[in-house]
Design a protein around this ligand. Structure first.
Ligand code: VG1
Ligand code: CO
Length: 636
């Protein structure tokens, strides 16, 4: 059975973690993996951390992007030949929390991707794409090359005017959102299964974002799913595969493809949001040591141009700084389990002062200080509390704050103190977009390592790192070399002293049998429907229990069944959800939270502080009975 890695701000890296399809061995390393930290002068500019390996991959089967031989030419508008490829509906193409994710082998089946892309064009109003501009990006994972060509041909076949595609098909999720907004595109595709592992045996995925850069709302994704069930033809343009290695425009009649630099629009935006000189002053200090783990994922394309070239970080401070199709056999999820190499370095003797990592598609972030982990729920609260002072974009103060329902209430306390509008939305970034468009929301976050603002309409890993660097740079700007600096742990502890600490933890049970997991959720729903305020659960008294529903305050749309909550009279919460991003079986997430105003208890280990609630969660849900699982796969 899997053993779990337990984390908290006073977490000590240890253990071996096993998940459904990846075995992560304990590796011993020290700050010598970042040689510049111990002063070695002549080292390569890209440091490769010793990443735990997955078992080796099966042979690779390449998909063809050319149209089927049975297809017929139906039209030749504007000089390109459009072919109608007959197809049949394929079951199971329902979008989850963020895009459609399946095993690569599923996506490689004939017409699997093509059906979904065509269903999308069948779902959009024609004025949203005909002769319009769409962006195409991705995280560089296996199958993106073939997928790019399929998507380009179907877009052309459906009358799109222009595709802006990143060089080698690479553009991070936040950068796609930035490009859509800057170039006033109609929308964009992101070829990524985000934090899920990549390679021939692992996952592939596709997300579609709309014209303000936000993930497509459920009204659209539901339509796409409906259309995948009745689809009969795919419209493909007969154009050659586009060379994605060189920047520039290629025209095919009235349709054109522009290969763009994945970094420049995004970098311009970051320069407008942050004070780069302030951050540079911090990163160039001889007494401040920074490291960033790109996990061989998409931020590997961004880290050097931004942190090193623009902000003066030491070139050796970037680890795993080359994007790879299989993320170097790693699991590109920046948490304490899957970014364990970084965690070990940060917890080593003489570790660096600041460490961060980002996920497959660059929208998540993990922030660490020396021997200190910042929970994402605390991180967004701390960024919100310090934004006005440290980040030029927020010089007039944030307009409003928001978090996803399972995220801890730390942000609520900041909103209250700053007297700002506050919103609680379901899990998934798509629920923040309307509030931002309506000017009600500036800074928001999710407990799942997602933090961001209304500079775009996605969570943004590098933005979060720059926000933290800005806070530290601001706090240390008058410190002379040799004076004690304000570190990450100081900022967090000060925050707790001011606002109180919301102890928070999430338990993930990955790849459970779907049947047991669904039964457990059914059982909990039943329990909720019978529950009454005032009932005793151990030492806790129930305030209410429900299945979270959300009505969007801007467009009135309703999302139901977004997570089962047990909320107690002292503010403690237990939440149960099924993940909507997995590609096999069911992943159960349990979230527990308890508020602690007493400063003398703030240094407690989160697992210790939360033990009674965790035990209660396990007994309320009968998790072991329903799933057979003794222990979670990941604890955050
Ligand atoms: C998870 C997270 C959620 C996040 C989503 C997409 O969803 O919990 O907060 O928005 O992933 O993140 P779920 O349904 O598995 O709990 V990303 O970086 O994968 O696009
Ligand atoms: Co992601």
């Amino acid at each position: 059975m899997a053993s779990a890695l337990s984390l908290s701000s006073s977490f000590k890296p240890a253990l071996l973690t096993t998940t459904g399809n990846a075995t992560l061995a304990n590796t011993t390393r020290s700050s010598s993996f970042f040689p510049y930290l111990v002063g070695s002068p002549s080292l390569p500019s890209v440091v490769t951390l010793k990443v735990p390996r997955r078992p080796s991959s099966a042979p690779v089967v390449r998909a063809s992007s050319s149209s089927s031989p049975s297809s017929t030419a139906v039209a030749e508008p504007e000089g390109i030949k459009i072919t109608s490829v007959p197809t049949k509906p394929i079951e199971g193409q329902k979008t989850g929390t963020s895009g459609l994710r399946k095993k690569v082998k599923v996506f490689m089946q004939e017409n699997y991707l093509a059906n979904w892309i065509q269903a999308l064009f069948n779902s959009l109003p024609p004025e949203d794409f005909k002769n319009g501009v769409l962006v195409l990006g991705g995280d560089g994972r296996f199958f993106n090359r073939e997928a790019s060509q399929i998507i380009i041909k179907i877009a052309a076949g459906n009358g799109v005017g222009k595709i802006l595609v990143g060089r080698e098909g690479i553009v991070s999720t936040p950068a796609v959102s930035a490009v859509i907004r800057k170039r006033r595109a109609n929308g964009g595709f992101i070829m990524s299964a985000s934090h899920n592992p990549g390679g021939p045996e692992y996952d592939w995925g596709i997300k579609f974002n709309y014209n303000s850069g936000q993930p497509a709302p459920e009204s659209i994704t539901d339509k796409i799913y409906g259309n995948t069930l009745s689809i009969s033809e795919i419209k493909m343009a007969e154009i050659p595969d586009v060379d994605l290695t060189c920047l520039g425009v290629t025209a095919y009649g009235n349709f054109s493809v522009e290969v763009i630099d994945p970094v420049s629009d995004y970098l311009d935006l970051m320069k407008n949001v942050f004070d780069f000189q302030l951050i540079r002053n911090l990163l160039c200090r001889s007494d401040f040591r920074f490291i960033f783990d790109a996990m061989h994922a998409v931020t590997a394309a961004y880290a050097k141009p931004i942190f090193v070239d623009m902000l003066g970080a030491n070139p050796d401070s970037i680890a795993n700084g080359v994007p790879l199709e299989d993320f170097g056999h790693g699991h590109p999820d920046p948490n304490l389990t899957y970014a364990k190499d970084l965690v070990d370095v940060m917890y080593s003797e003489n570790g660096p002062d600041f460490g961060a990592a980002s996920d497959g598609d660059g929208d998540r972030n993990m922030i660490l200080g020396r021997s200190f982990f910042v929970t994402p729920s605390d991180s967004v609260a701390i960024i919100a509390a310090n934004a006005q002072a440290a980040i030029p974009y927020f010089r007039n103060g944030p307009k409003g704050l928001a978090r996803s329902m399972p995220t801890s209430g730390a942000l609520d306390r900041v909103a209250e103190k700053l007297n700002l509008p506050f919103f609680e939305v379901p899990t998934g970034w798509k629920f923040f977009g309307n509030l931002m468009d309506a000017g009600k929301l500036s800074i928001c976050g999710e407990e799942s390592f997602g933090t961001g603002s209304d500079h775009i309409r996605e969570k943004d890993g590098i933005w979060a790192v720059l926000a933290w660097l800005s806070i530290l740079a601001h706090r240390n700007k008058d410190k002379k070399v040799g004076e004690k600096l304000v570190y990450v742990s100081d900022v967090v502890k000060e925050h707790w002293a001011t606002y109180g600490r919301n102890f928070f933890s999430r338990y993930d049970y990955e790849e459970c049998e779907s049947e047991g997991a669904n039964k457990m959720i059914g059982y909990l729903r039943d329990l909720v429907s019978k529950s009454k305020a005032g009932e005793k659960y151990g030492n806790y008294v129930l305030r209410f229990a429900d299945d979270f529903n959300y009505t969007d305050p801007v467009d009135g749309s309703i999302a139901t069944k977004q997570g089962i909550r047990f909320v107690f009279t002292d503010g403690s919460r237990i939440i149960f959800r099924l993940s909507g991003t997995g590609s096999a079986g069911a992943t159960i997430r349990i979230y527990v939270e308890q508020f602690e105003p007493d400063v003398s208890k703030h240094d407690m280990d989160a697992q210790m502080a939360l033990k009674p609630l965790i035990d209660l969660a396990l007994s309320i849900s009968k998790l072991k009975e329903f799933t057979g699982r003794e222990k979670p796969t990941v604890i955050t």
